[in-house]
Design a binder for this molecule. Structure first.
Ligand code: ASP
Length: 447
């Protein structure tokens, strides 16, 4: 069997829904499961609704809801006819009524919580997959609709819930029985706790749903259909000479996703690694293109790509008490653990530690507690730039080329990972584009 995941831009209107379904249909003999995101920017709109209703502003929330309702009803009319259209209208109306009641409740209570937020966001995927399912029926395709909340089980850390793998895999195997000439259709991103409370896997989490299902069912391949040609050597919006990578390894893809390449969600690769399932990133606009294949094996030596992550904060902790002391780092990291803030990069000297974080929600409290350990200074608005590739970092020649390429840039931190996959450094945000460009010219432009 195979899993095909379609992002928001691949199901943004009737034309794209039909195209995406066509891509699945063309592979129907491979026993496909289709995982879909919400249409276009619907999740963003639902996010606005959740905040607006949570502040007690029912009317503006209802106006926004009207827009979402209009989009799904007109798309249904474009896609469907006769009894299938009325069946779909009924299903969509019921889903929208449920959302309307939730919004009313939140507005009356003037309440916003991560839990209610997840409940509101989940409607985007529920609506889009309803349209896709009915369209499949309209085209005479044998289709089964599965509510992802019945198969993807998580804890209750709302907004980025953690997977409960064993029970999820059991449920998936129970409820999805892929076969040739039939399409299973389900939602990405949404899940539920064991008590049935709706959760989400984090924004962009539909990719993760796809590999979870792929892993549970031992898929032959997971295809991530998006609006770019695959994983590129760099973000083409910053470097216009960026090119698509044909193949990269799981480890390289993971590093790239984690350090800012937005093509796949950072959690996507893990389930695929466990079963050695290839993940292929492909472009719905260019289905003939081969995309990028993410595989287990090594994919050759060299720097594969440059990723970057902006709006990064550096925290420096300086203390002479650190000199020759032990247990010092433990104390520092316990503070980050307490405030559930993950650290991206670390560099240390005998008397100082520098770390980067992108979640600054608890920055003040963290800085306050760290100040009992040493002198704390904070630098905001930085960019982490990561060069990802295999088998090159032990070669001094590579490092020389990297630092020659950025010899006019003020570098604030450097980290060469022990994995021999990633060299990252941090520069002030205003130098980010120039740095990335210079590095790309050095490693990817052949003279
Ligand atoms: N619809 C969700 C989002 O926009 C999840 C996804 O598309 O992967 O974040």
């Amino acid at each position: 069997m195979i899993v095909l995941k379609f992002g928001g831009s691949s199901v943004k209107n009737s034309e794209w829904i039909t195209r995406s379904l066509g891509i699945v249909k063309a592979q129907i003999d491979r026993a496909p499961v289709m995982v879909a995101s919400a249409m276009g920017s619907v999740t963003d709109q639902l996010q606005d609704i959740a905040y607006t209703a949570g502040e007690g502003n029912l009317e503006p929330a209802n106006i926004m809801l009207g827009k979402i309702s209009g989009l799904h009803h007109t798309t249904a009319i474009d896609l469907l006819s006769g009894e299938i259209l009325s069946g779909c209208e009924k299903a969509i109306t019921a889903i929208l009524e449920e959302l309307k009641s939730i919004i009313k409740g939140l507005a009356l209570l003037k309440q916003w919580t991560p839990r209610s937020n997840d409940a509101v966001l989940s409607f985007g995927e529920r609506l889009s997959t309803t349209l896709i399912y009915y369209r499949a029926l309209e085209e005479g395709i044998k289709a089964e609709y599965v509510d992802a909340r019945e198969i993807i089980k998580t804890d209750n850390s709302f907004s980025s819930a953690k997977l409960l793998e064993d029970i999820t895999y059991t449920e998936i195997r129970k409820k999805i029985n892929p076969g040739r000439n039939k399409i299973y259709i389900t939602q990405g991103f949404i899940a539920s706790t064991q008590n049935g409370i709706t959760t989400t896997l984090g924004r962009g989490g539909s990719d993760y749903t796809a590999t979870i299902i792929g892993s549970a069912l031992d898929a032959e391949e997971v295809q991530i259909w998006t609006d770019v040609d695959g994983i590129m050597t760099c973000d083409p919006k910053v470097v216009n000479s960026a090119v698509t990578l044909k193949k990269i390894s799981y480890k390289e893809a993971q590093e790239l996703a984690y350090f800012g390449a937005r093509v796949i969600h950072p959690a996507t690769i893990q389930p695929a690694i466990e079963r050695n399932i290839p993940v292929v990133v492909r472009n719905t606009r260019n289905p003939a293109g081969s995309g990028t294949r993410i595989v287990h094996s090594e994919t050759g030596k060299g720097i594969k790509a440059i990723a970057f992550k902006s709006e990064i904060t550096i925290i420096n902790i300086l203390s002479s008490r650190m000199l020759l002391a032990y247990g010092f780092l433990k104390k520092i990291f316990e503070i980050f653990e307490k405030y559930e803030t993950s650290v991206d990069l670390i560099s240390t000297s005998e008397v100082s530690v520098s770390v980067t974080v992108d979640n600054t929600k608890s920055l003040k409290k963290i800085a306050e507690e760290l100040s009992h350990i040493g002198t704390v200074s904070i630098k905001e608005n930085n960019t982490i730039i990561s060069l990802v590739g295999s088998g090159v970092w032990k070669n001094p020649e590579t490092l020389l080329r990297v630092f020659n390429a950025v010899n006019t840039i003020p570098i604030r931190m450097v980290s060469l990972g022990s994995s021999d996959i990633n060299l990252s450094f941090v520069v002030p945000g205003k130098y980010a584009a120039q740095t990335v460009q210079q590095l790309h010219n050095t490693f990817f432009i052949k003279e």
